[in-house]
Design a protein around this ligand. Structure first.
Ligand code: SF4
Length: 124
């Protein structure tokens, strides 16, 4: 996926954890950082093509701190730093729908990170 498509995808599938009550957004400027605020260290957060999720539970069983279901029972990445990169890669490999994109590791010193990044390549 090209960078522009990736940014558009993140914007299209963005699931805010909280929204202010209707009518209170006047004058508020919202900035979305597709690099998850970590552009300086090259961190790219994981995301899911939620519209194509089949709700098989695999990713949530691997790590419910990273993955959750939205109100349509389609998985999304609740917290890309909610667990080790290993869990993101494992979930991408287990996802029968092939819709999990693990991004890059939040912790560049995670054990076995080079091999994990290699495994993640085909899903990003
Ligand atoms: S593993 Fe894939 S298809 Fe299954 S719940 Fe997670 S995102 Fe959806």
């Amino acid at each position: 996926m090209q960078t522009d498509e990736r940014i558009q995808h993140i914007i299209d599938t963005f699931e805010p954890a909280w929204l202010p009550p209707e009518g209170e957004l006047k004058g508020v400027v919202v900035a979305i950082d597709p690099a998850g605020g970590g552009a300086s260290n090259g961190f790219t957060p994981a995301y899911i093509d939620s519209n194509e999720c089949t709700a098989c539970d695999e990713c949530i069983n691997i790590n419910a701190k990273i993955f959750a279901y939205n109100d349509k029972k389609q998985a999304y990445v609740k917290d890309p730093k909610g667990g080790p990169f290993k869990d993101l890669v494992k979930a991408a490999e287990k996802c029968s729908a092939g819709v999990i994109h693990p991004g890059t590791p939040a912790d560049p010193n995670e054990k076995g990170v080079d091999k994990l990044m290699k495994r993640a390549e085909k899903f990003n």
